[in-house]
Ligand binder design. Structure first.
Ligand SMILES: Cc1cc2nc3c(=O)[nH]c(=O)nc-3n(C[C@H](O)[C@H](O)[C@H](O)COP(=O)(O)OP(=O)(O)OC[C@H]3O[C@@H](n4cnc5c(N)ncnc54)[C@H](O)[C@@H]3O)c2cc1C
Length: 429
């Protein structure tokens, strides 16, 4: 058996581990266009902030390839996949055949189509090389404009503020983190950011980036000009599907995966941010572009590629962040649109909690200020437990583990697989 893996990050590496758990001898070749292997991009903003040195970004030791009998092709971009000849073609003109192929190419930052976007000092953040450029440019920057108020933009701003830069955030929608939070929780986050000196303009977009060669400012859609020496674009990501453009592999939002992480073309599998998979909270397929999903999808893909049948049960988005000491967690559907949802909220001066339910089951939640119960609630979401009789209790500040017992008894089947110690620990916090 000859395996080819395209993409050497969360999904690619966990696929290799799963294949090797079944098959120690077959040939595995890994292709990545990056120079630095085996680092976690989740930690890139900590690196930019100066909180972590480069060598602590590795999520697997550098000996990983050798120990797992993998031939790595670093800095080698795959140009095309040819399912008919079961081969891939690299940009340096070489051809490699496979028996089973994994596409784990992740995604790339969306760039803006506005004048000046090609100036020196305009970046998106996805890779180590981007982080490196942002760090270098930050040496000659007093003020940075972040275009976009999503998770990555916000983390970029946070990291650069930690390096002493003045941060101005330009957000097209009416609030920050509009994809993961509702108005109430977003306002709490925005207030905390502003208290710490971040300037945030909502309901505005950039129409031009100024400067002779290098960034000198940004023009907004109301004509206002903001001076800055660096621009970071945090407007979301697009899945990297270019290499399969001329194939019949099915792409909707991302490459469509079945429950075995197979594409519609035999012997081609997909995992991670490029894959469209079943979402438990939404009850449909979407891209859930987070690290744990990429890892789990890779594991399932790898087991199936190695010959052991395994099913992907689905996932949901879950993001956590700490905004200057304000912990925030959101999961699943947080801004329901459509019929049949019940929303329950509870707010104090410094905390906010919201549950979104459909047919008595949790499909989403937001926690601000107090996040201890989030793990427990995510278990209830994942297991689709009917909690209709427990909502007031789940919304209360403290609850007794004993209160859980009837719920667990009623759902013994679903709770059987759960690590009880973990459950009790999260419930009693
Ligand atoms: C700054 C930042 C912060 C984040 N924070 C969080 C967080 O807090 N929590 C969380 O869960 N997730 C977070 N994420 C998202 C998380 O990093 C991704 O979900 C995860 O990396 C996806 O893994 P993947 O293996 O699918 O793809 P990727 O990590 O994107 O890796 C894909 C690899 O394939 C390579 N590649 C692409 N095309 C080709 C080609 N044609 N030929 C060869 N190689 C190719 C890419 O260069 C890349 O190395 C963050 C992401 C970023 C950028």
């Amino acid at each position: 058996m000859r395996y080819i893996i395209i993409g050497g990050s969360a999904a690619g590496v966990s696929t290799i581990e799963a294949i090797r758990s079944l098959d120690r001898t077959s040939q595995i070749e890994l292709f990545t266009d990056e120079e630095t292997p085996l680092y976690s991009r989740v930690l890139l903003t900590y690196y930019i902030a100066g909180a972590l040195p480069k060598e602590e970004l590795h999520f697997r030791p550098l000996e990983f390839f050798k120990e797992n009998g993998v031939t790595p092709h670093l800095q080698t971009r795959v140009k095309t996949v040819s399912p008919d000849s079961k081969s891939i073609q690299t940009e340096d003109g070489k051809d490699y055949t496979y028996d089973r192929l994994l596409i784990a190419t992740g995604s790339s930052p969306k760039m803006l189509d506005i004048p000046g976007v090609d100036k020196e000092g305009v970046y998106g953040l996805r890779k180590m090389e981007h982080a490196q450029k942002i760090l270098e440019h930050s040496e000659k920057t007093n003020t940075v404009c972040i275009l976009g108020g999503g998770l990555i933009g916000l983390r970029d701003g946070y990291a650069l503020a930690a390096r002493g830069l003045k941060v101005k955030m330009i957000v097209k929608s009416n609030r920050v983190l509009s994809q993961m939070l509702d108005e109430e929780s977003s306002a709490m986050v925005q207030e905390r950011l502003q208290e710490h000196g971040m300037e945030i303009e909502t309901g505005r977009d950039a129409v031009e980036i100024l400067g002779k060669g290098t960034v000198a400012g940004v023009v907004l859609d109301n004509g206002e000009e903001l001076g800055c020496q660096m621009v970071i674009i945090g407007k979301g990501v697009d899945p990297n599907v270019g290499l399969i453009a001329s194939t019949r592999i099915e792409v909707k939002e991302g490459i469509v995966a079945d429950e075995h992480m197979r594409t519609n073309v035999p012997d081609i599998y997909v995992a991670g941010d490029v894959a469209e998979t079943y979402d438990i909270s939404r009850d449909r397929t979407v891209i859930n572009a987070i690290w744990p999903c990429a890892f789990e999808q890779g594991r399932i893909a790898g087991l199936n590629m190695g010959g052991q049948e395994a099913k992907y049960v689905g996932s949901f988005r879950m993001n956590s962040l700490d905004i200057y000491g304000l912990p925030v967690i959101s999961m699943g559907v947080t801004r329901p649109d459509g019929e049949g949802f019940q929303q329950v909220e509870r707010k104090t001066k410094s905390t906010y909690r919201k549950l979104v339910l459909r047919d008595g089951r949790i499909v989403g939640a937001i926690f601000v200020g107090q996040v201890q119960k989030a793990g427990f609630l995510s278990t209830l979401l994942r297991k689709r437990v009917n909690v209709s009789d427990y909502v007031p209790y789940l919304m209360s500040d403290r609850f007794n583990v004993a209160d859980l017992l009837p719920l667990m008894r009623q759902n013994a089947e679903k709770f059987r697989e759960i690590e009880y110690r973990e459950l009790f620990a999260s419930a009693s916090q």
